[in-house]
Design a protein around this ligand. Structure first.
Ligand SMILES: C[S@@+](CC[C@H](N)C(=O)[O-])C[C@H]1O[C@@H](n2cnc3c(N)ncnc32)[C@H](O)[C@@H]1O
Length: 275
């Protein structure tokens, strides 16, 4: 069972609230004209209320909630999910959308309860960075998708030429969904791990780490992420709000990373760092 929290807020608040509520563990979001819907499992309802009430001390919004049968979930996302083009090279669509023969890369992602369809600015920028990286002949034999959600980035990396791709997510529904989406797209991921970075089996350091997570996880695990990346390897980071940009940039620079590229979209940021 899920509880859906209908949040009425101004458009400039939605990204901030999504970031803060995602940090707190809410499962998914749908943006609406006059605010957003936030979904959290009903067994944590008192916690969600506490989080929302704390946020209301800092931001102006109102909310109401209703319990949603888990079986209704698919109807919710199917009604809100249209195919998305990332530049002119990539189309991300669900299995119930028609195939587009015109586009160079097509991914089929049925997101269920996981994050990552390309609609969100962070996923969009990560896809662009990935495509540019491989198009420019960047090293990307071995890849880790850290915070894989639907697995969209792991699947895209594999499609673009990566040989070994591992994926990890702390949420069980994301891991299940990554397995499902990899199968749908006919790609084989090496390890799909439920847990944190510490749970990813040690192997040769990766050429490329993709981390579209959030500010706190990036700050807490930046040093560990560095250990998983080979010297000269590339890290793409996102899940970073515009107001956290300097903090993240400074943190990774202090860890010895070199900033190579910065992307901005709809109040969100993505970075390419070289180790
Ligand atoms: C913003 S979504 C990104 C999903 C997908 N990679 C994309 O680019 O659209 C972040 C994902 O990170 C996961 N996550 C959050 N904290 C994590 C942690 N400490 N370790 C692993 N995964 C984590 C969340 O469950 C969520 O699926």
């Amino acid at each position: 069972m899920y509880t859906v929290y209908q949040i009425g807020c101004s458009a400039d608040l939605t990204d901030i609230l999504i970031a803060r509520l995602a940090d707190a563990g809410f499962d998914s979001f749908l943006e609406e004209e006059d605010g957003l819907l936030a979904y959290g499992t009903s067994d944590r309802h008192p916690e969600w209320i506490r989080v929302l009430d704390e946020l209301r001390e800092a931001y102006t919004f109102d909310y109401s909630c209703e319990v949603l049968e888990e079986k209704n979930w698919n109807e919710v996302w199917e009604s809100g999910f249209s195919p998305i083009r990332v530049g002119d090279r990539l189309l991300i669509r669900a299995s119930f959308h028609p195939h587009d023969p015109e586009v160079r890369h097509e991914l089929v992602i049925d997101p269920r309860m996981a994050f990552g369809t390309g609609h969100h600015a962070t996923t969009y920028m990560m896809c662009e960075l990935l495509m540019d990286h491989y198009a420019a002949g960047g090293a990307g034999e071995s890849v880790l998708d850290y915070g894989c959600g639907t697995g969209v980035l792991a699947i895209l990396a594999k499609r673009l030429g990566a040989r070994v791709v591992d994926a990890v997510d702390i949420e069980a529904p994301a891991v299940e969904n990554t397995i499902e989406n990899a199968k749908t797209n006919g790609v084989e991921l090496a390890e799909i791990v439920e847990g944190t970075l510490d749970d990813v089996p040690e192997r040769q350091p990766y050429d490329l780490v993709l981390a579209n997570i959030n500010r706190n996880v990036l700050l807490e695990t930046g040093a560990a992420l560095k250990m998983r990346l080979r010297s000269g390897g590339t890290a793409f980071l996102s899940g970073i709000l515009e107001q956290d940009e300097d903090l993240i940039r400074q943190h990774f620079t202090d860890l010895g990373f070199e900033l190579r590229r910065r992307e901005a979209r709809e109040g969100w940021r993505a970075f390419e760092f070289k180790r």
